[in-house]
Design a protein around this ligand. Sequence first.
Ligand code: THU
Length: 130
Amino acid sequence: MTLKDTALAVRENAYAPYSRFKVGAALRAASGAIYGGCNVENVAYPEGTCAEAGAIAAMVAAGETRLTEVYVVASSATPVPPCGGCRQKLAEFGSPETPVTLATVDGTEMKTTIAALLPGAFGADHMEGV
Ligand code: THU
């Protein structure tokens, strides 16, 4: 399975009864393995989780902590960018130049990077010397 196929397939399992906006994410980890995640909403709205967070959790649960490529897909008219929190989560496990593809289910793709999504990111180096 490709990153795109994984993201499209896992998106089908999204639990989004409140927004009705299904999102699928797939990550390639350093080993080459692919991990997928979907958004999981909750009636207590702030408790919902994003597709990217689910994919990161699957990767970490499998014992991996570095990602090399990201693909996110939703049914919007234009590729929907990750929320601010997910940009920080992706930055934790990727590098600034890690490629991120944002896509629609119709096949429109926008290619970017973690650094472009989160310029001036807060990182561990900012805590040095504390
Ligand atoms: N959502 C994601 O899962 N990832 C994104 O990149 C954008 C937003 C979800 C969260 C919520 O379940 C729904 O989309 C509407 O915000």
